[in-house]
Design a protein around this ligand. Structure first.
Ligand SMILES: Cc1cc2nc3c(=O)[nH]c(=O)nc-3n(C[C@H](O)[C@H](O)[C@H](O)COP(=O)(O)O)c2cc1C
Length: 170
């Protein structure tokens, strides 16, 4: 799929079919992470691939009871590695690690779309609970959770503020 088509076609999906993701497709989604820029190229993030039914069910509770998380065949949890970033960037390390993890999450979300998969960015969660459920390394802080799978709905195109309202010329 052409790049701008991917951007245009990605819409959040909050319903997923009971259908596994082909390993080759999931591999491409995860490999997209390797193309992302990161502060000082430190790649200050970790990605947890959650396939366990029990873990996904527990994640629902940690994410304000967003049920669709347990429907998705795979849930990716993107974490900031603040320790890694702070060794070089000190006070800026936390921000950079969060940005690194967010960029990687975006790349993977777009790659999923390019592979004909659907997803939604989940930001409403209790980070300590999520860390416990996925047994995250103590220095990895969950930043974004992205369930991925085949959509069980026709995702709606959402509106955007006009560009003119957002842009400031200096
Ligand atoms: C930082 C962030 C947090 C979000 N948190 C949630 C969430 O917890 N639950 C949810 O259903 N959608 C969440 N979303 C998805 C947005 O609602 C969605 O991207 C937005 O409405 C635009 O729709 P679109 O993705 O279809 O373009 C989040 C998106 C971002 C970027």
């Amino acid at each position: 799929m052409e790049f701008y088509e991917v951007l245009e076609n990605r819409h959040s999906s909050r319903s997923f079919l009971d259908k596994e993701i082909e390993p080759q497709k999931l591999g491409k989604v995860l490999k997209a992470a390797m193309s992302a820029p990161s502060a000082g190229n430190l790649q200050s993030y970790g990605i947890y691939v959650v396939n366990s039914k029990d873990a996904k069910t527990e994640l629902v509770g940690a994410c304000s009871y967003q049920d669709f998380l347990s429907q998705a065949p795979t849930v990716l949890v993107f974490c900031a590695d603040v320790k890694r970033s702070s060794t070089k960037y000190e006070d800026r390390g936390e921000l950079y690690a969060e940005q690194d993890a967010s960029i990687v999450a975006s790349y993977c979300q777009l790659a999923a779309s390019a592979e004909g998969l659907s997803s939604v960015w989940v930001g409403a969660f209790d980070p300590l609970e999520v860390s416990r459920i996925i047994s995250a390394d103590p220095y990895l802080v969950p930043v974004a959770i992205i369930p991925i799978g085949y959509s069980g709905e026709s995702p709606q195109k959402s509106t955007r503020r006009p560009l003119a309202e957002i842009l400031r010329e200096v």
